[in-house]
Write a protein that binds this ligand. Structure first.
Ligand SMILES: [Ca+2]
Ligand SMILES: [Ca+2]
Length: 180
């Protein structure tokens, strides 16, 4: 829970004691279905919120900074379901292409990790024969040879190559209060 949210809960809890109100608070993962909030420019895909850059192509560092300026990170895939949801979205919306992810092996050479989370790239979503570090390749895109695999699979690539990119917003939480 963020410090701001903790502080808010504390203030509401304190004021309720002063004024003799009862407060029930609850924090849930995600945005609950009946709340209509504006998440632009992030769109909900599966259980996450993402920004997909389909115009500008940037090197990995520039893409990373662009996501950070939006208070998000380059995408990392924690589950096959998350990867499948993004892959499906790119095909369904006819924006299939190569996109930077946060994957990189610059922190520990030959051990690809999601730079956004520090966790290893443990999913079997690499394109056949990848990562191969073919020409000093240390940053990971999805979409390599998608015409053949019909999937957006991972490939290591020189970080200075220019690609589209996908930003992933922090996991949203919904805080609700009942006061009586
Ligand atoms: Ca993720
Ligand atoms: Ca490669």
């Amino acid at each position: 829970m963020s410090n701001k949210l903790t502080l808010l809960l504390a203030i509401i809890g304190l004021s309720s004691q002063i004024r003799a109100f009862h407060v029930i608070s609850n924090v849930e993962d995600g945005v609950v279905g009946n709340i209509d909030i504006e998440t632009n420019p992030f769109i909900k895909i599966g259980n996450g919120y993402y920004y997909i850059e389909t115009q500008a192509e940037k090197n990995w560092y520039d893409a990373f900074e662009s996501c950070r300026r939006m208070d998000s990170h380059l995408v990392s895939f924690e589950s096959i379901d998350e990867w499948k949801a993004i892959d499906r979205y790119l095909w369904d919306n006819k924006i299939d292409n190569g996109y930077w992810t946060s994957g990189s092996d610059y922190a520990s050479l030959e051990k690809h990790e999601w730079f956004s989370t520090g966790l290893p790239v443990s999913l079997d979503i690499w394109a056949p024969g990848q990562p191969d570090n073919y020409i000093d390749e240390h940053c990971d895109e999805i979409g390599y040879k998608r015409e053949i695999s019909h999937q957006h699979r991972l490939n290591d690539l020189p970080c200075i190559c220019k690609r589209r990119y996908i930003c992933e917003a922090s996991q949203a939480k919904t805080a609700s209060f009942v006061i009586f």
